[in-house]
Design a protein. Structure first.
Length: 383
């Protein structure tokens, strides 16, 4: 909603006073603007002081800075919308709620008072004056955000149609030539509005036509420049696309080669593992053959003398930690011990037999000297 009064008096500070209708105040939540927002009077009063210091903005399409376009919104930073394409042409310093007539109907509206800086935007002020003098309606749109870092607080659920903002700040007002969200947002007064009907004579009409033709020529020249730049950029883009396609092919080839390399490595690793297993089996067989060869001269009883080591060796020749010489040495040690045991037993038996012989012949008396020369005949012993 935009309704404007602009002061006819030209102050030395270049500020032209204006009155702007920000938006309509609705009867209830069943009435709302094109964006589905319904403004409650009490909530409007609660938040209206944020209008003081609020920027009045416009987005211009050319260097003349005369005709506004849209909000100039470029994005959002958190909860804060960004309007980097728009400029501040003035500022608000007061507000009021009034009943006004718009298109023959009574509307309760929120009005902001402030100024537009004519020193910096003379063509824009001239455009406003001309629009008002021609009886044209000038539209605008209010911008509001949540307080501080908070989001806008609504009364109840923020439904699509009929949502009522409760806690918020008025952050800006943009004068538009595009369709506004609130048809009541109009320019009321550009100070002392000139109401005289003026007729356009042929000379003035020719001046307007000439100005329009000059603007068209200027725009065509700019369009030619833009088209040249666009063609140049398209050529660069085409070159980059070709480079990207080449790199993509190279990447695909590299990935294919890497995949084939990985497959070959896996195949070789599998072959190595198979050969390791076969080698281990051969080593086991060789160890067992070496053992059997070393034990070939031993009897089964002698082999049983190292039975524990033999069992462990046969179960895991490579990992048991037992060498063939260890088994042979243990068997030889056992055989030696057994031999000594038998020799000792034989010596005991021989000693026993010698003692027995002494007992048999110990009773023969040889003390008679007369008998020394007598021949001893074994047969005579048992006469």
């Amino acid at each position: 909603m935009f309704h404007c009064e602009i002061s006819e008096a030209k102050r030395s500070d270049g500020r032209r006073r204006v009155k702007l209708v920000l938006h309509e105040i609705h009867q209830d939540r069943n009435h709302y603007n094109k964006n589905g927002i319904s403004y409650n009077e009490q909530y409007v009063r609660d938040n209206a002081d944020s209008i003081i210091g609020m920027p009045i903005c416009a987005t211009f399409l050319d260097s003349e800075k005369d005709i506004p376009y849209d909000h100039g919104m470029t994005g959002q930073d958190g909860n804060m919308p960004l309007f980097e394409n728009s400029v501040q042409v003035g500022s608000a310093d007061g507000w009021s709620i009034e009943d006004i007539q718009i298109n023959g109907e009574k509307h309760k509206v929120l009005i902001a008072e402030g100024y537009i800086n004519q020193q910096r935007y003379p063509h824009f002020v001239e455009w406003l004056e001309n629009k008002i003098n021609d009886g044209d309606t000038i539209y605008g749109s209010v911008e509001f955000v949540g307080k501080g870092k908070n989001k806008i607080v609504y009364d109840g659920e923020p439904v699509e149609k009929g949502r009522v903002p409760k806690v918020y700040d008025y952050s800006g007002y943009c004068i538009l030539t595009v369709e506004p969200s609130d048809d009541s947002a109009i320019l009321i007064e550009l100070n002392q509005k000139i109401k005289e009907d003026e007729k356009v004579d042929e000379k003035t009409l020719n001046q307007i036509i000439s100005a329009v033709e000059n603007k068209i020529t200027e725009l065509n020249t700019k369009n030619a420049d833009y088209e040249s730049k666009i063609a140049e950029m398209n050529e660069i883009i085409s070159t980059k696309d070709a480079e990207i396609a080449t790199l993509t092919d190279e990447k695909a080839t590299a990935e294919t080669n890497a995949c084939q390399k990985d497959e070959k490595i896996n195949e070789l690793n599998g072959l190595v593992e198979t050969m390791k297993a076969e080698l281990n089996e051969l080593k086991k067989s060789a160890k067992i053959a070496e053992l059997n060869s070393a034990l070939g001269d031993f009897s089964d009883d002698e082999k049983n003398m190292a039975k524990d080591k033999l069992d462990k060796f046969n179960a895991d020749p490579m990992g048991c930690g037992i060498e063939v010489n260890d088994i042979v040495t243990e068997i030889n040690a056992c055989i030696g011990a057994e031999t000594k045991k038998k020799e000792k037993a034989m010596a005991v038996e021989i000693n026993s037999q010698n003692n027995f012989a002494a007992d048999i012949f110990g009773c023969v008396d040889t003390d008679n000297d007369d008998d020394k020369n007598d021949k001893l005949d074994i047969d005579n012993l048992f006469v």
